[in-house]
Design a protein around this ligand. Structure first.
Ligand SMILES: Cc1cc2nc3c(=O)[nH]c(=O)nc-3n(C[C@H](O)[C@H](O)[C@H](O)COP(=O)(O)OP(=O)(O)OC[C@H]3O[C@@H](n4cnc5c(N)ncnc54)[C@H](O)[C@@H]3O)c2cc1C
Length: 456
């Protein structure tokens, strides 16, 4: 049997592929539900993700999985609307003419910004089309230095810097230019007239998780089961006793033998032929001793159900001081009719350290603080019109894509580093670069499965 640690999309994808290749699997999920970071809330209609989710047109593996699971017809590609909130005004920034009309950048600034987004290097006056082909060339280049060189100071200060503040806060200057270029490539083609399309699954991504769970088989997934130990044997010469993987990792010759799970206050041990750890790297370290140097940021995110719409925008970036980093009116992307007429917004902030004040606030304190901020931005906001609000938080939701990141990525096959038969599909894996995503989780799960079955 192959044990999978974690019932998020990566763990379920690994289990699904292993089963397709005829392997027996058991997924152990610590919480009471599968889904991990893609878990959902109920609404008056379709469920909604606790943390905002959509797909980019460049993501193919998830689209194939959606088709495989018979959900292809439910995948919708919708034009999004992006805006920038500056000096109390919402400026649409999605379509070419909206960007041209944006008053806070000069024509020259817009030209330099557009060229970078189109991946054309116009430094020195002669356009070059291959400068950005290999993003690894930019792994060690600080993002600020890169943007000052490849666009203009004004583009950096009035366009990129507020976005980097919202995304990486105090860590913004640690991020590499490769991350930015990766993000540019990650986005889909943009229609000059209508802007960019994003993907969403009718019924929400919870439907994908549910179908994947059903395909793996509920009998092959144990929820409320926290893996606490991975046991290894040290090969034929050993006395046969299992050891904790981290304790034997220096020999390089041990093999995984068992995993120990805590469930309903009881401890149980299962024999395994291989283990896929599909959880954050701190879980991997606790279980195996394998250290990962990647720093992670957390997220606090509220979903508001309201009687009224506050804007015409799906994704609102904010240049002004605001108590949250982003304001997303989900029902300007997916219509409110899907949610029984509820208008759904997200307010969210990334957290770089548990010392940050927001992290220390209770959910109701966060909601009060943010309600005031929403009211400041949108005078039409009326707290009486809030049907419900729910707040989710998680201390590890995205890596800091700092310089030298690729050297810190955790390999899929940890046979050499930990023990034969130990694999890693969590967020610190290569497929989750340059941006963590459901697609990346599925790819990482598949990669581990393919290595186990010898198909990679
Ligand atoms: C704010 C935010 C916005 C996002 N936006 C998008 C988006 O627009 N598009 C997109 O595609 N993706 C988006 N993502 C990313 C996407 O949600 C993740 O990449 C994906 O869900 C990660 O899946 P995973 O299985 O690797 O990890 P997780 O979802 O973290 O799953 C890991 C699971 O392991 C379990 N676990 C941990 N320790 C143990 C243990 N010891 N034993 C057993 N189980 C354990 C956890 O409970 C968890 O369920 C977003 C994420 C966030 C937070």
């Amino acid at each position: 049997m192959i044990g999978v640690v974690g019932g998020g999309v990566a763990g379920l994808a690994a289990a699904y592929r292993l089963q397709q290749r005829g392997r027996e699997v058991q997924v152990f999920e610590a919480s009471d539900d599968v889904g991990g970071l893609a878990a959902v809330y109920e609404t008056a209609g379709d469920p909604i993700e606790k943390f905002y989710h959509h797909l980019s047109a460049s993501e193919g593996t998830i689209v194939e999985l959606i088709d495989d699971l018979g959900l292809g017809e439910d995948l919708e590609w919708r034009y999004k609307t992006d805006s920038y909130y500056v000096d109390g005004v919402v400026h649409p920034m999605e379509k070419a003419w909206e960007i041209l009309a944006y008053p806070h950048l000069s024509i020259y600034d817009k030209f330099r910004l557009a060229m970078l987004v189109k991946e054309i290097d116009v430094r020195g006056g002669v356009p070059k089309f291959d400068t950005y082909d290999d993003i690894t060339d930019f792994e060690d280049v600080p993002i600020k230095e890169f943007l000052l060189d490849h666009t203009t100071r004004h583009v950096y200060e009035s366009f990129w810097e507020p976005l980097l503040d919202a995304k990486f806060g105090s860590r913004k200057e640690d991020v590499s230019a490769a991350w930015l270029l990766g993000r540019v490539k990650f986005r889909g083609e943009r229609d000059v007239i209508r802007g960019e399309q994003l993907g969403y699954l009718e019924g929400g991504f919870g439907v994908l998780l549910d179908e994947l769970y059903a395909a793996v088989g509920t009998e092959n997934v144990t929820t409320g089961a926290r893996v606490t130990e991975i046991g290894t044997g040290v090969g034929a010469a050993a006395d046969g006793g299992a050891a904790v993987a981290g304790a034997t990792s220096t020999t390089g010759s041990s093999t995984v033998e068992s995993i120990t799970v805590e469930r309903d206050g009881e401890t149980e041990t299962h024999d395994v032929d291989a283990v896929v750890v599909a959880a954050m790297p701190n879980v991997l370290e606790d279980l195996t001793g394998y250290p990962c140097e990647i720093d992670f940021q957390g997220t606090v995110c509220s979903v508001w159900s309201m009687e009224q719409s506050l804007s015409d925008t799906y994704w609102l970036n904010i240049k002004d001081e605001a108590p949250f980093g982003v304001f997303i009116e989900h029902t300007n992307f997916v219509p409110p009719e899907r949610y029984g007429g509820e208008h759904l917004y997200y307010t969210a902030s990334y957290i770089q350290s548990p010392e940050e004040e927001l992290w220390g606030m209770s959910d109701s304190e966060v909601e009060d603080y943010w309600a005031e901020g929403v009211g400041d931005m949108f005078p039409a906001f009326d707290r009486e019109g809030v049907n419900w609000v729910q707040t989710a938080r998680n201390p590890r939701t995205a890596p800091i894509y700092e310089r030298g990141y690729l050297d810190m990525v955790v390999p899929y096959d940890l046979g050499g580093e930990v023990a034969e038969g130990v694999y890693y599909a969590g967020m610190a894996s290569r497929a989750q670069y340059p941006e963590r995503s459901l697609d990346g989780g599925i790819e990482a799960g598949y990669a581990c499965a393919d290595l186990i079955t010898g198909d990679r």
